[in-house]
Design a protein around this ligand. Structure first.
Ligand code: DAH
Length: 339
């Protein structure tokens, strides 16, 4: 009986086939229900105990020899098929095209651009490495003014005049330098601050800046514009403006939206108040207009600035800001269905 198995092993080892049918009949002969292997396993039950070990090993060797053989011939036949003709196998189903998805930061940025472009704002950009004039001085932050400490700055080591912009307000200055009023522009972009990284803050993040300059612009215009924005962006129609301070606006305010207190999450993110701070704003300080060669007696206007990550975290209920920068596809793929 051992000899018989050895003979089968020899047969399997020397077997070859150049088509699927021959391979299939080889497989059926050995592996199917009524195949040789099954017969051998049945016979195995009758083998005396002292021969079981030898017999079992031989049978296993036969089994793996056959399986290896079938697999290798199958692979060979398939690879041959693939290279048949320049089109290969035309009946094969197509391979799915895997679509990427937009980053949530881009989704929110595009949404903000969309909302403001509907009321006549265009989009402007400025450099991420900025000089002191555009990032601070022209915006009414005098040298040594403590307000500069509100924003911890990264400086360029070889030239301390240059820095990574701490806010997109620098683009206001560039825009007013370049164009004559009336002006309506929003400036999305990346900003940098020397801050410890945590779930709530990062040293790199994104802002959108807004600027509106014309004759006789009022604080009511500012409020109406922001109300329009919060309705479109968050579907919330109640806002409040709290007095605040920014060197480049006077008066200045912080904008809260009424988020509501319907769910437990609402309680958590609004700390039980229902209100959420979403941006800073104010009437452009006359000093800033002067610094940009615009006559403050003829023109005035408003400005506002908001953080994109903060809005994305609210809209998509993301609890850790670091997720935006880790490029984990499991996170990014969740935004596939968004526009
Ligand atoms: N630049 C401010 C910041 O980064 C945000 C800001 C506040 C921008 C008020 C403005 C504004 O244009 O009017 O914190």
């Amino acid at each position: 009986m051992i000899d018989k198995i050895k003979e089968f092993i020899g047969e399997a080892q020397s077997f070859s086939a150049d088509n699927k049918e021959a391979l299939e009949s080889f497989r059926i002969k050995f592996i199917s229900k009524k195949g040789i292997l099954n017969d051998l396993f049945n016979e195995f039950k009758t083998v005396p105990n002292d021969q079981k070990k030898e017999f079992g090993q031989a049978i296993n060797l036969l089994k793996t020899t056959i399986e290896d053989k079938v697999k290798s011939i199958q692979d060979f036949l398939e690879s041959k098929e693939d290279s048949q003709g320049i089109y290969g196998d035309l009946t094969r189903p197509g391979s799915p095209i895997s679509l990427g998805s937009r980053h949530p930061i881009s989704l929110v940025k595009n949404q903000v651009i969309d909302i403001f472009s509907n009321i006549g704002f265009n989009v402007s950009e400025g450099p991420e490495i900025e000089d002191d004039w555009h990032n601070f001085t022209a915006l009414n932050f005098p040298e040594y003014h403590p307000a500069r400490d509100m924003q911890d700055t990264f400086f360029v080591q070889t030239n301390p005049e240059m820095q990574l912009r701490t806010h997109t307000s620098s683009v206001q200055v560039r825009y007013m330098d370049e164009f004559k009023p009336p002006l309506r522009t929003i400036s999305p972009g990346r900003v940098f601050r020397n801050e410890a990284i945590s779930s709530r803050s990062h040293c790199i993040f994104h802002q959108v800046e807004g600027l509106y300059i014309d004759k006789n612009v009022s604080f009511a215009d500012l409020k109406q514009t922001l109300l329009y924005f919060t309705k479109e962006m968050f579907g919330k129609s109640k806002i409040r403006l709290r007095p605040s301070y920014f060197p480049f606006t006077e008066p200045s305010a912080e904008v809260d939206i009424y988020w509501g207190l319907k769910t437990e999450t609402d309680y958590r993110i609004t700390k039980g108040t229902g209100w959420l701070e979403i941006m800073g704003c104010g009437m452009v300080d006359p000093n800033v207009l002067k610094n940009c060669n615009i006559d403050p007696n003829e023109y005035n206007g408003f400005a506002f600035g908001m953080g994109i990550e903060r809005m994305a975290m609210l809209l998509y209920q993301i609890s850790d800001i670091r997720m935006f920068y880790e490029n984990d596809v499991r996170f990014l793929e969740q935004f596939k269905s968004s526009f």
